[in-house]
Design a protein around this ligand. Sequence first.
Ligand code: ZN
Length: 336
Amino acid sequence: MSFSDVLPYEWAANVEAKGCDVKRFGWAVLLVAGCALVALGSAPVLYFEGLVWTQAKVPQVEPRPDRARGHWVDDYFLVESLDDHTFAIGEPRYYQGNYSYLLIGADRALLFDAGSGLRDIRPVVRSLTTLPVTVLPSHLHFDHVGALGRFERTALADNAHLRERIVAGELTLTRYEYLGALDRQSPPHFRVDDWWRDGEEVELGGRSVTILHTPGHTPTSVSVWEPRIGRLFVGDFLYPGELYAFLPGASLAAYEKTSRRLLWLLPVDVKLYAAHMQEPPAIPMAPVMAYADLQALLGVLASRSAASFDIQGRYPQVYPIRGPMTLATGFPWNLR
Ligand SMILES: [Zn+2]
């Protein structure tokens, strides 16, 4: 083989004139190909670092919306009663519009998601109950773990990989599990008191909930199921916006498997309470999704490669699902 076999004539002549040899050229090609493979294999991490590089900033409190469902307990937190013992605690002035949920039993309360941490959620929770509180994050991204370790107990999804990282009773989150560099936050460490298994029933006193492990958005995502009332608190698995299935830890196979399981398990009239409100100009309120939204999500997950969707973007690729809900995915080999 000579340079003229693989390069344009002028280029090959130039290379040969400079005394390069085939061996050196081969190494250069291998190096470029290797870098390309590493980049493709690490796309979720590289994309995240690109976001941090270009967009990371300390979040500012957004202007207070003119209208909202619920009542303001201060100038930041919005509380909406789902019933006499269940409250949605919204942060519509945080740019991600997070909602956490407080479920109060006769003996203790469960706080599902710990707030974004931009403001302290504890006084709001204490204004709603004097009972001991166990806080359970739907997953470990920065916008859901603000007050972990700051209530009586902290619970996590039982997971061997998380358990083996406990040091002196505390878990320290990793950069790509937490993703808080986007808000210029460092990964926190916090005490873990309870590890809740998939299917475990948690008794709050005259009120029990079932913990469901619902991986997809992250490997250790959980949901809280209340069969007596027909409510599933579903975290970031589903919400009226762009579902992120392209960042480190996301898995499309897990997303699909969990969707099938939930559709099999849940009644068709289930209410799915999500962790992010619909973006303005929608009125801030606890985001409620329906069984049909879950069906539509599975429809897209199961037929992405076959169907002709109106896909937006290259990375991530954004698929329409239903209403304001879309699915943002990366390369299939990163998301198995
Ligand atoms: Zn989130």
